[in-house]
Design a protein around this ligand. Structure first.
Ligand code: KIV
Ligand code: NA
Length: 268
């Protein structure tokens, strides 16, 4: 059994080579992705991608724990990070620790991710000092959809740019081992990456980030509710699924499936 990637391994990649990450929600997808990434993120985007919610806000801690445990079971070498869902950490550092400890204990994951900047710094310090590695998440933070009034790229105004920069700096200073920077204008994203003491993992940010992450279903063409500009389709698996299912339906109606090779009969 080979050793799993650790937060120190991730930090050691900073300014050596880009860090590779994708989301995973299930054991089989985790197993397919595992050989190719440095860490797997069990993102609360599963609320939209798997459960059909309109935002990530209805996702519960129990859902994250169930999917987190599945991803740990399905993978063996990539580090596993689990998103803390809305309402499970914003109340206080004590609430955040209690729930993050459950995530690590009940899933076997190596770290948690939480959204927020300067306002979350105290909580991030509280957790990292007590054995819970934290991946930060600043810029476009989907759990703030109601405060933002939608999903808007951040850093368009000077005041917004200043805020994203201050947020990234505060989260790094609080002890986060790396930071996801989402939906943030260039060249701000590049500037933040170049100045950051910890790796900046971009999504809708900059090729100059210290790593990249995408939602796996987005890049595979398996989630078509909306396709944001930052997504590159590396495959069109959704179209493949439709084709396969249509062929199955035809064969069932024509009684050409199952064929003799799929049926069980006594040997003559
Ligand atoms: O929930 C998620 O999938 C995420 C990534 C997009 C960073 O937070
Ligand atoms: Na998320």
């Amino acid at each position: 059994r080979s050793k799993r990637t650790s937060v120190n391994d991730i930090k050691a990649l900073h300014r050596v080579r880009p860090i590779v990450s994708l989301t995973a929600y299930t054991a089989p997808m985790a197993a397919m992705i595992d050989p190719h990434v440095d860490f797997l993120l069990v993102g609360d985007s599963l609320g939209m991608v798997l459960y059909g919610f309109e935002t990530t806000l209805p996702v519960t801690l129990d859902m994250m724990i169930a999917h987190g445990a599945a991803v740990v079971r399905g993978s063996k070498r990539a580090m596993v990070v689990v998103d803390m869902p809305f309402g499970s950490y914003q109340e206080s550092p004590a609430q955040a620790f209690r729930n993050a400890a459950r995530v690590l204990a009940e899933t076997g994951a190596n770290a948690v991710k939480m959204e927020g900047g300067e306002e979350m710094a105290e909580t991030i310090r509280h957790l990292t000092e007590r054995g819970v590695p934290v991946l930060g998440h600043v810029g476009l933070t989907p759990q703030f959809v109601n405060s933002f009034g939608g999903y808007r790229t951040q850093g368009k105004t000077l005041a917004e740019a200043r805020k994203v920069k201050d947020d990234a700096a505060a989260v790094a200073a609080a002890g986060a081992f790396a930071i996801v920077l989402e939906g943030t204008m260039e060249p701000l994203a590049r500037e933040i990456s170049e100045g950051s003491p910890v790796p900046i993992i971009g999504i809708g940010a900059s090729p100059h980030c210290d790593g990249q992450i995408l939602v796996t279903e987005d890049m595979l063409g398996l989630f078509n509710e909306f396709v944001p500009r930052h997504v590159k389709r590396f495959a069109e698996l959704g179209a493949e699924v439709s084709k396969a299912v249509a062929a199955y339906a035809e064969e069932v109606k024509a009684r050409s499936f199952p064929g003799p090779e799929h049926t069980f009969r006594p040997k003559a």
